[in-house]
Design a protein around this ligand. Structure first.
Ligand SMILES: Cc1ncc(COP(=O)(O)O)c(C=O)c1O
Length: 377
């Protein structure tokens, strides 16, 4: 048994300890204001987050899944339509498409960045294709210039699933300003996380975001009981907006601290036989939401680390085209060889801004020992 304290995947208590006074005050201010739905905190957060992304405007919604679902609805995606996306993602990407009555058309991913392989996109486009939905997985931006070029040839919008990519960049432009619009999640463990569920749609297309805002608020028009579109209740909670405003001020520094952990891992693991380390494509900056290595015998390496009380995670153990919930999309084993292989090999190591570099080095040492033990067994 290890004498070291257990290492979690993320440590939200450690983060809260750094900002406690400001968060407590912001939450108490909302409670005192009695403005619990919408109001200034939400509007300010929407402005500040859009500016942070380099986009004109953001609309806060209840969570990242709703951000995708409502955005697709605002594009008019519905029955008979197809959306080209990836299966190497969280289930929500596919759910949002199916919940709108459309069909996800899954393409494979690039094995290095684990994001949409542009070479596969063109042949997945049919006359029914309504848009392209790449995912910036683990915080690494999808190859947006190549995807945008294909989309432009076919007159299709590109919607970014940026749920894991707060601060990801291509050529100095951030996620949120890389496609026509972008959907963010502020699930607590994300780089920018609320203290509950929250999400946002970001874009510089004012008319589109206006539609998103209406759909997310019962299709509302100018007056409260003026319901012009079929909508839903998916508003960003005011308390969450207040928390997010405090945290947004720290996001740049926290992302830099994550990067320092990543660099420590990558230096320490550079020569471990059989292990493939995550990298950044030229011109790209990952938001480093997750540090995901590829390792043969993944489950045995994970078990070794668990014995040392080091938490790890597998994002994701099954590509979503093989999830029973996606069966109507008609996916079968063998369709997407890279995604399917990644699901057997990927292993995410603990990564958060407060993770001491000495702990990262110890974890790397345990990964090395685990790989050696597995190789010699
Ligand atoms: C890639 C991706 N898309 C969508 C979502 C959905 O976000 P939420 O959990 O806020 O609904 C997530 C969240 O984990 C995600 O990782």
């Amino acid at each position: 048994m290890s004498t070291h304290p257990p290492v979690p995947m993320v440590d939200l208590k450690a983060q809260y300890a750094r900002i406690r006074e400001d968060v407590d005050r912001a939450v108490l201010d909302v409670l005192a204001s009695s403005q619990y739905i919408k109001g200034e905190e939400v509007a300010r957060f929407e402005q500040e987050f859009a500016a942070w992304c380099g986009a004109a405007r953001a609309v806060g919604v209840a969570n990242g899944t709703d951000a995708l679902t409502v955005a697709l609805r605002a594009y008019g995606v519905g029955p008979g339509d197809e959306v080209v996306t990836v299966a190497n993602t969280f289930i929500a990407t596919g759910e949002a498409i199916l919940l709108n009555g459309a069909r996800p058309v899954f393409v494979d991913v690039d094995p290095v960045t684990c994001t949409m392989d542009p070479a596969q996109v063109e042949r997945a486009i049919t006359p029914r294709t309504k848009l392209i939905l790449p995912v910036h997985l683990y915080g690494h931006p999808a190859d947006m210039p190549a995807i945008a070029a294909i989309a432009a040839r076919h007159g299709l919008p590109v919607l970014e699933d940026a749920a894991q990519a707060h601060g990801a960049e291509i050529g100095g432009r951030r996620a949120g300003a890389l496609g026509h619009a972008a959907c963010f999640s502020f699930y607590p463990g994300k780089n920018l996380g609320a203290y509950g569920d929250a999400g946002a749609v970001v874009s510089s297309d004012a008319a589109f975001l206006d539609k998103v805002a209406r759909i997310a608020n019962h299709g509302g028009g100018v007056h409260k009981y003026d319901n012009v579109l079929l909508g839903t209740n998916s508003r960003l909670d005011t308390v969450q907006a207040a928390v997010l405003r405090v945290k947004l001020r720290h996001l740049e520094r926290w992302n830099a601290e994550r990067r320092a952990v990543v660099e420590a891992y990558s230096r320490a693991l550079a020569d471990v036989p059989g292990v493939v380390l995550p990298t950044e494509r030229a011109g790209c900056r990952s938001a480093w939401h997750l540090y995901t290595i590829r390792v043969p015998e993944r489950d045995r390496v994970q078990a070794h680390l668990a014995e040392k009380r080091i938490a790890t995670a597998v994002h994701y153990p099954r590509p979503i085209h093989l999830q029973p919930a996606m069966a109507v999309a008609g996916g079968k084993a063998g369709d997407l060889p890279v995604s399917e292989r990644l699901s057997r090999e990927v292993l995410c190591l603990p990564l958060y801004a407060e993770l001491p570099l000495a702990t990262a080095l110890r974890i790397a040492g345990e990964v090395r020992a685990a790989c050696a033990a597995v190789a010699s067994a």
